[in-house]
Every structure is written in structure tokens, then in C-alpha cells.
Design a protein. Structure first.
Length: 224
């Protein structure tokens, strides 16, 4: 592809993050505020991701926390509607497993021992696992612990998603719904919004609509 357009992308669980507004205004901040932002785990995540992208020869890295201006509802809506494609078009996706301190990829049994539900249980990470051509997994200390292609059998065990799907096979509505069923999102609306790309549908974001978002998604799928 076009090297000027080639980029890496990050998949992760949100914690204490750095916003677009904070990132672009960092140099103008008072020292105490700047230090507070730079000490956040979210800031360290950005730095480590950038270092990895540079090491791998990528000029650009996209991270959802600081690359979307969430003050603009139009920009947020465009980003959420484009998200699947952005993960699909990335040269590589870095999946950061912040609650894994082991140097090897977890098995299904190990995963149950983790203290928090982790990357594998979040709503948004379903499309972030399926869409990218290439995923490199990293543990808490940013040590590489494997890639999507080689880990396909293990990923299938953990997520119940067949390796053929992970390799790019077309999906059925029932399959996607079954994989999404046990996943959690912070906002109830995101249960629907996080699946739009997988179903190849678009719809406007209406945060505050609650469970109606899922009803709208179902209607969109039926009318495809």
C-alpha cells in the first residue's frame, strides 16, 4: 500500500487516559498539570505504543483515546462509524494486555485466574480482534507475547471465534451476536455501537438512548 498512508493502531482497555484536548494542549499547560498528565498510565501507554511503532518502521500510530476530539459529536460519530475500517486498514494492530504480567500468552485456564475480565471481555475489542490483518500482542511490561496468526488456535479456545474468521472469513449475524453476548461495555449504548462495523451498518450515535441503540442496530441489520 501507500507508505505515506500506512499506520499502526492500538487496541487496549481504557483506564486513566489522555484526551485529544490534553494531548494537543500539553505544551501550554502549567508544569503541575503537565506532570500529572505525563504520570498517567494512559500517557505511558501512548509513549510505549509510539516507541513500538517507530521500531517497526511506521510513521503513524492511531490511538482512540487521544486521536478523536470527543468534544465534537460529529467527529465522534464519524470515528465510531469508521472504526472497523480503520482497524482493518492498519498495517499492524498492537493489542496491549494491561492485566497480564506473564511472558507467555494466556491459555483459557490462565485467563480465568486473571483478576479482571481483561481485553478479551470488552465489547469494543471484538471488532479489534477480527478486523486487523495483523495483531501483535504485548503484556503489561510491553514485552511481545505472540501474534494473531500463530495464536489463532489459542484465541479460538478463549473467544470461541474460529481461526478461519480470525483469518478473514465472512461472518453470520448469529455468530457475531453469540461472540458479543458475554462482552461488557461501560456505556449500555456501546454494546450496539461496537458491533456496527462487524455488521457493515452505519447509524448516528445517540448517547442517552440506552437499550434503544440495540433495537436500532437490529433494525439496520434486518434492512441491510
Amino acid at each position: 500500500g501507500d507508505k505515506t498512508r500506512s499506520y499502526a493502531i492500538l487496541s487496549h482497555r481504557w483506564g486513566v487516559e489522555v484526551t485529544y484536548e490534553e494531548m494537543t494542549g500539553l505544551m501550554k499547560m502549567d508544569k503541575w498539570k503537565k506532570d500529572e498528565v505525563r504520570n498517567r498510565r494512559g500517557y505511558q501507554k501512548i509513549i510505549k505504543s509510539c516507541e513500538q511503532a517507530m521500531k517497526d518502521g511506521h510513521r503513524w500510530l492511531w490511538i482512540d483515546t487521544c486521536c478523536i476530539d470527543k468534544r465534537s459529536s460529529a467527529e465522534l460519530s464519524e470515528a465510531i462509524n469508521s472504526m472497523y475500517r480503520w482497524y482493518q486498514d492498519a498495517q499492524v494492530c498492537y493489542a496491549y494486555l494491561n492485566d497480564l504480567d506473564e511472558s507467555t500468552f494466556p491459555t483459557e485456564r490462565n485467563l480465568k485466574r486473571l483478576t479482571s475480565p481483561g481485553w478479551f471481555m470488552r465489547g469494543w475489542t471484538l471488532q479489534e480482534l477480527i478486523a486487523p490483518k495483523q495483531i501483535e500482542f504485548f503484556n503489561e511490561g510491553w514485552a511481545p507475547i505472540g501474534n494473531k496468526r500463530h495464536l489463532a488456535p489459542v484465541l479460538e479456545n478463549i473467544t470461541k471465534i474460529p481461526w478461519m474468521v480470525l483469518a478473514g472469513k465472512r461472518l453470520s449475524v448469529a455468530q457475531i451476536m453469540s461472540w458479543a453476548a458475554d462482552r461488557k461495555t461501560t456505556r449500555v449504548e456501546d454494546r450496539a455501537y461496537s458491533l456496527m462495523g462487524l455488521f457493515e451498518v452505519n447509524m448516528p450515535m445517540v448517547y442517552g438512548e440506552g437499550k434503544k441503540a440495540f433495537q436500532r442496530l437490529q433494525l439496520k441489520i434486518i434492512r441491510r
